[in-house]
Design a protein around this ligand. Structure first.
Ligand SMILES: NC(=O)c1ccc[n+]([C@@H]2O[C@H](COP(=O)([O-])OP(=O)(O)OC[C@H]3O[C@@H](n4cnc5c(N)ncnc54)[C@H](O)[C@@H]3O)[C@@H](O)[C@H]2O)c1
Ligand SMILES: N[C@@H](CC=O)C(=O)O
Length: 497
């Protein structure tokens, strides 16, 4: 077993740090000898290596899943529930190690990483239970002497392709739903953050999840995804990531007519009504913008403030933003860690430059204070307008843009002026305004007077170019279920029932 001395010595249980792929219950290296380094974004140091599997090895993962499916689907829902709950218990018991791994590979502050482990584990518990409630229906028969109804059956092998910003929860929200439904999964995590996925595999094995049910494949992203998309045995594809890649995968899944769920980019408006206390709203906006250093699909990207309180709001926002600490997420009292890599920093700088060139005002944000080359200091721009990149693109960085608006109709138009439709925030206590704006917003999720909006019971997902389908909630498991209709004819005794 290869162990990076630094990372493994930081863990209570070094066996959670695995530098192999996990296929058919076995830790696997790449047959072609290809390897990729994984970097700590805070320090630029190599924290480990992962193998890149060859095409045949990816297909072998599909073979394994196909074999394992037969037994897994045949288990009773309560038997699958038991194994998933054992997995949940292990995630909780190993929370500290999982958080350390996450902070090292992703960069988010340790308390946020602990929060994500909790969050990720909560989906496992939720779907373990939901698996017992995949009810079919009885249908009043229109056919003489027949009984009609539906049963729910697992769709089959699910390929899960996930991003680096939430390396654990974006996997469990999909995998637990699929596994509870009776499906095996093949996870392709982001190359930047594979170790959280591999730790999940280690714990799945300890929880008694059979070989071939939870697989983690690693490799060149486009190559791996193509193999999974073109394989007819893979019946469902669930992807979380950028809209650009989501479109590509949707196209690649067309030939085999897969069930496709997409959780894509966001460009959330944060609307502040004229009746709001500017300080309260500004503090909430800071919280909604800077989590995970702005690398969050729910980040408040376009902050739209009524003109009557705009200046006061900006003052409070700047004051609160100035209190945010930036540094290595392993240190204490850090609010913002690094961005995932240097290109993300360059993209953030380009977005700021573009806005300034087009007339925005830089209120705060001094890059000379950045504690390392992958860090971007919290930045505040005012006078943001629709011709600027920051208006249309997800910055995925701690860059906040504020725009003043005059009335409700105008702010609705501004908020909807994006190809994205994931989440939106409204801050006002005027119930008529809430209702009007909430109904008019073209977004899958609207949060009113609350930064926190997610969790297991919630149908998470977007409209427009932000995605297809919903994860979590009571419908999340449906992404992995087929409805089979049955007609039992010639029964004799059921007519009229
Ligand atoms: N809607 C949601 O729930 C949600 C949640 C988290 C992140 N996101 C979105 O994810 C994006 C950030 O994550 P990211 O940068 O990892 O996204 P990304 O699209 O670059 O990568 C996501 C996954 O796709 C893989 N990938 C990359 N290029 C590929 C290609 N050409 N073919 C096939 N696979 C490929 C990556 O290796 C990774 O596993 C943001 O747009 C963010 O909004 C959305
Ligand atoms: N914060 C989101 C992930 C988006 O990047 C979530 O809760 O799912």
């Amino acid at each position: 077993m290869k162990l990076s001395r630094t990372l493994s010595t930081m863990l209570d249980d070094p066996r959670l740090f695995r530098q192999y792929a996990y296929v058919d219950g076995k830790w696997t290296h790449g047959d072609g000898g290809r390897e990729e380094a994984v970097i700590d974004p805070a320090t630029g140091e190599v924290i480990g290596h992962i193998p890149w599997l060859e095409a045949d090895q990816i297909r072998a993962a599909v073979d394994a899943a196909e074999g394992a499916f037969v037994h897994w689907r045949a288990l009773r829902a309560d038997e699958r529930c038991e194994r998933l709950l054992a997995w949940y218990d292990l995630l909780q018991a190993n929370r500290e190690d999982l958080a350390t791994i996450m902070t090292l590979e992703q960069g988010k502050p340790l308390p946020d990483a602990r929060g994500e482990v909790e969050y990720g584990a909560s989906f496992v518990r939720w779907f373990a239970e939901e698996g017992k409630r995949t009810f079919g229906e009885t249908i009043p028969s229109h056919i003489p002497n027949a009984a009609l109804g539906t049963i729910k059956e697992p769709v089959g092998i699910a390929a899960l392709i996930t991003p680096w910003n939430f390396p654990l929860a974006m996997i469990t929200r999909k995998a637990a739903a699929a596994m509870a439904a009776g499906c095996p999964v093949i996870v392709k995590p982001a190359g930047e953050t594979p170790f959280s996925a591999l730790a999940l595999a280690e714990l799945a094995e300890r929880a008694g999840i059979p070989a071939g049910i939870f697989n983690v494949v690693l490799g060149e992203p486009a190559e791996v995804s193509k193999i999974l998309c073109f394989d007819d045995r893979v019946k469902a594809l669930s992807f979380t990531g950028s809209t650009r890649v989501g479109r590509l995968l949707l196209e690649q899944s067309a030939n085999t007519v897969k069930r496709v769920s997409l959780e894509l980019g966001g460009n959330a408006p944060f609307i502040v009504g004229p009746d709001m206390d500017p300080k309260e709203a500004a503090f909430a906006a800071v919280a909604a913008k800077f989590q995970t250093a702005g690398q969050d699909c729910l980040a408040a990207d376009r902050i739209l403030v009524h003109e009557s309180i705009h200046d006061e709001f900006v003052e409070h926002f700047a004051e609160r933003m100035a209190a945010l600490t930036v540094g290595n997420g392993l240190e204490s009292e850090i609010d913002l860690g690094p961005l995932i890599h240097r290109q993300a920093v360059e993209k953030a700088a380009a977005i700021v430059d573009d806005a300034l060139a087009k007339g925005a005002t830089l209120v705060a944000g001094d890059q000379s204070l950045a504690p390392g080359e992958n860090f971007f200091m919290p930045t505040l721009l005012t006078g943001v307008t629709h011709d600027m990149k920051i208006w249309h693109e997800e910055s995925f960085a701690p860059v906040a843009g504020i725009t003043a608006y005059a009335n409700d109709d105008q702010v609705i138009e501004m908020a909807n002026d994006t190809e994205y439709g994931l989440a939106a925030y409204i801050y006002t206590h005027d119930i008529r305004r809430i209702w009007k704006i909430m109904r008019a917003l073209e977004f899958g999720m609207v949060s009113v007077n609350s930064v926190k909006m997610t969790g297991p019971p919630v149908p998470f997902g977007g409209v427009k170019h932000s995605g297809l389908g919903r994860e979590g909630g009571i419908t999340g498991i449906d992404e992995y279920l087929e409805t089979k209709y049955y007609c039992l004819g010639a029964l004799g005794s059921v007519s009229g029932s």
